[in-house]
Ligand binder design. Structure first.
Ligand SMILES: C[S@@+](CC[C@H](N)C(=O)[O-])C[C@H]1O[C@@H](n2cnc3c(N)ncnc32)[C@H](O)[C@@H]1O
Length: 233
């Protein structure tokens, strides 16, 4: 697909396979010595954990763009039924290699929106960490997420905060080889208050949308963390 002379990648799974190749596996243990953990941010050992999702053992959670599966594996070890969906076969291969023996974790390859539309399942929580919720038009995704959550269920996602003034659909560049153009995928960026308004319009309540500050050090860009609850019927 050509847009303004730039080739927007029409094979998104191939683009994300490239990305998968460039990323290391998750560490074996975190700073506390835990073998599984939940991380909403781009920084190790930083930010809130799985409690954002308000799940209890036996609940079903869906990870939109689960990547190599670290967060989904953690929920499964806490006793949740943990489902991950991702476009990239390579990401899912990494997840299966890294987490071969985790009971209660189920991984599917495909587009998050199509999965939700076809699954006819109701989840206790749906979440996305720098995942498909960032790379899917919210005008399409939010109503489907809303319909797929039980009343009272949590939808939460994290991503980089927007650059001031750069709102709506943006280009993300995924580097390839030195002599190749990068893959280009679309993402959607909005300031926290716009996310809050959109979520309320689609029937979510108790919305919080705020930037988790970067840890002390040279890096300044924090993490936008958005959380909302499907209003009880
Ligand atoms: C930046 S990675 C984040 C992976 C993981 N959530 C993590 O925290 O490490 C983005 C992931 O979202 C997946 N993704 C992007 N768009 C998607 C879509 N529409 N449906 C399913 N997965 C998607 C990509 O394949 C990739 O694995």
């Amino acid at each position: 697909m050509e847009e303004n002379g730039q080739a927007v990648t029409d094979n998104r799974s191939a683009a994300w396979d490239e990305y998968a190749q460039s990323r290391p596996q998750r560490r074996r243990t975190n700073a506390k010595g835990e073998t599984t953990w939940f991380n909403w941010t781009q920084f190790p050992d930083h930010g809130p954990g799985a409690d954002v999702l308000a799940l209890k053992p036996g609940d079903i959670a869906l990870d939109l763009g689960c990547g190599s599966g670290g967060n989904a594996a953690h929920l499964a070890t806490l006793g949740m039924k943990s489902v991950g969906i991702d476009l990239s076969g390579r990401q899912l291969d990494k997840a299966r290699e890294r987490w071969p023996d985790v009971d209660g974790m189920e991984l599917h390859q495909g587009d998050a929106l199509a999965y939700l539309e076809d699954a006819f399942m109701v989840f206790d929580a749906i979440y996305s960490v720098f995942g498909a919720a960032w790379f899917t038009d919210p005008g399409l995704l939010l109503p489907v997420v809303h319909a797929s959550l039980r009343p009272g269920g949590v939808f939460a996602f994290s991503q980089r905060p927007p650059v001031e003034g750069c709102y709506g659909c943006q280009a993300s560049y995924i580097p390839k080889g030195p002599d190749e153009d990068p893959a280009i995928v679309k993402r959607w960026d909005y300031p926290p208050e716009t996310w809050a308004t959109m979520l309320q319009e689609y029937g979510f309540a108790d919305v919080t949308a705020e930037v988790v500050r970067a840890p002390e050090g040279r890096r300044r860009i924090g993490t936008l963390l958005v959380r909302a609850v499907r209003r009880a019927a």
